[in-house]
Design a protein around this ligand. Structure first.
Ligand code: SAM
Length: 280
């Protein structure tokens, strides 16, 4: 087997079904000089399943700052594969600083893409995928979680977040509270035997899981906000009447059109009517 050129190889591994490991991922793991792992028992199990034996170096949140310089130095001569326990490294997992420092030191960085729970959940949820925002794990404390939700309430994109079974119901209630009762999907155990996607509004899903925390791994997907309700004719008249007390007709129509998202020409015509009906 030819050695790999030196550099950092970011290797995605399965999120449940071992059949999802790509041929290329297996090849890189087989040829790497070193595998940087979150947990050597987890990756040891994967390597064993693949019939491989490679040296491993733990690289996780608690030792990353100490271990990183040594790993970066090795990239000059060696091929180091970075894996996480499951899925794509760097996605709610360690690795971005290693990539940053490897690049800064002029080493090659290569990605071997593959399973990622967030993207897999999007493919199951049946919600818009043209724009999505990945939120990772929301804070567990209620106040910080509500603040994080408020921050994204007006974002016109599908939201994707990781959550645990015991916290799921509280998280869904907080989402319903902060975002309004949008459509959502709770996807669970993706690629495993009991894979499922349960859809419904956030409040219906919160009620469903309130007394029955689900087991296994979970991704929540939430629909984008709906179109804002069109302003009623009365709203438009009230806004125009007020604007006409301050502005000439053209400017009043322009201001109200912008504020309420209505047609400027129609508002101009209506403003003329209102003005004509108003005693001087
Ligand atoms: N880097 C990983 C990836 O690419 O998806 C994510 C790592 S993050 C620490 C772990 C979280 O991902 C879990 O708590 C769960 O929310 C989600 N997850 C991982 N595997 C999953 C699966 N098979 N089904 C549903 N969610 C999963």
């Amino acid at each position: 087997m030819d050695p790999l050129p030196p550099g950092l190889y970011i290797v995605a591994t399965p999120i449940g079904n071992l059949g999802d490991l790509s041929t290329r991922a297996r090849d890189v793991l087989a040829r790497a000089d070193l595998v940087a792992v979150e947990d050597s028992r987890v990756t040891g199990g994967l390597l064993h399943h693949l019939g491989l034996k490679r040296p491993m170096q733990p690289y996780h949140d608690h030792n990353a700052d100490q271990v990183r310089p040594g790993l970066v130095a090795r990239l000059a001569r060696e091929a180091v594969a970075l894996v996480s326990d499951a899925g794509t490294p760097l996605i709610s997992d360690p690795g971005y600083k290693l990539v940053r420092d490897a690049r800064a030191a002029g080493h090659a960085v290569v990605t071997i893409p593959g399973p990622c729970a967030a993207v897999a959940a999007l493919t199951l949820a049946g919600l818009p995928t043209d724009r999505f925002l990945f939120l990772g794990f929301l804070p567990s404390k209620a106040g910080a979680r509500a603040a994080a939700i408020a921050e994204v309430a007006s974002v016109r994109a599908t939201l994707v977040l990781y959550e645990s079974g015991p916290r799921l119901a509280a998280c869904l209630s907080a989402l319903a509270e902060g975002l309004g009762d949008r459509e959502a999907a709770v996807t669970r155990e993706i690629t495993k035997k009991f894979e499922e996607a349960v859809t419904g509004t956030l409040s219906v899903l919160a009620a469903r899981y309130a007394d029955a925390a689900p087991k296994g791994e979970i991704v929540v997907v939430v629909a984008p906000p709906g179109e804002p309700a069109a302003a009623s004719a009365e709203d438009a008249d009230a806004a125009l009447a007020e604007a006409l007390t301050r502005l000439p007709v053209t400017k009043a129509a322009g201001e109200v059109a912008k504020r309420l998202g209505l047609d400027r020409r129609l508002l101009y015509a209506r403003a003329l009517t209102l003005k004509a009906a108003t005693p001087d």
